[in-house]
Design a protein around this ligand. Sequence first.
Ligand code: NDP
Ligand code: MG
Length: 381
Amino acid sequence: MKTISLLGATGSIGVQTLDIIRKNPESFTLSAFSAGRNVDAARQIINEFMPDFVSVVDKDDAERLQSEYPNVQIMHGSQGLELAAVYYKADTLVNAVIGSVGLQPTLSAIDSGKTIAIANKETLVTAGHIVTAAAKKAGVELLPVDSEHSAIFQCMQGERNKNVSRIILTASGGSFRDKKREELADVTVAETLNHPNWSMGAKITVDSATMMNKGLEVIEAHWLFSLPYDQIDVILHRESIIHSMVEFHDRSVMAQLGSPDMRVPIQYALTWPDRLPLPDTMPLDLVEIGRLHFEKADFNRYRMLHFAYEAGRTAGTMPAVMNAANEEAVAAFLDGKLTFLQIEEMVERAMEQHNVILSPELGAIMESDAEARAFVRSFLS
Ligand code: NDP
Ligand code: MG
């Protein structure tokens, strides 16, 4: 039996994690969770799962919930989020919050010896060297939830890192994969949120359309699998059936395939090295699918991919700056304050004006993150 603390329980990954817990009560129990501002959803989760500890973003919401549920400990804000992550009854943290707000809770959970199932890729991008070093030192597992990284992790079972020649991340291409760059100038938020293969939270759906999601995943892969950037490739694969691949020195390539369903990688992170059935996921019918397609990922078309490799190779505070500028720019785009192409313009400018600090401590990373956010906000009215 695993006892889980789930950060971001009201989000896309959070809801799918709850579905796995719900369907496997003999394997999993939920002792703590965090929500953001969706208090109605938080209430439903409390009613169904009866956890001991809950955190929400706002103080008023926390007070209201506390008066409704006197037997549950309810906290709020960044402190509440961190306390949920280290809740003493939980042995496993599923981190499914969005954004670099997930960093500090992850570090605290590592320090308190929890197994970490990590969906929150922004954490690894922002401070991959600190997070992976802390996990190694504490001897805790950092298990990928992101489908590409889960695929690589699955292909690597029983293999040795030194035998890998490269990993190949697959990318669906997002909502605008059939549009040329010139056609992107006036795309709307609604068009951007219409992803062809995956139903996900708003921010990551925008990131998929700009290809920043794949850029973040390149940096995430660098840290999770300790590989240099010239051994990490991206190719377009529009069907999202091959979730990623590993090539070994003998040119043998391992791939992991499946219908696009995030519950597969989420559940694998929770059951590894075992597996549980997932009865209501679609079985893969390759005859029905017929063909799989692959294309080069063009760095001129998808400039964010180029920025991400550049940020990753520059290292230090640069990935944190790229990520923070992107988070702010995407939020502004969703808010109608920036156009789609201005998202990448903001990321490029924020990176250009940043004086990188190499081998930064956590404090310098947080400062660079805050500066990049302020820089982007200075362009918004
Ligand atoms: P969602 O936007 O759907 O959910 C985000 C969650 O975080 C919600 O529970 C939200 O609360 C909470 N939250 C938002 N802001 C804050 C904050 N400032 N403090 C505390 N909690 C907050 O995101 P996704 O589930 O799509 O993504 C979560 C993570 O998983 C991301 O890092 C993403 O990149 C990664 N990921 C997601 C995939 C997917 O299929 N969705 C696939 C692979 C990776 P509320 O809604 O209550 O306000
Ligand atoms: Mg992914």
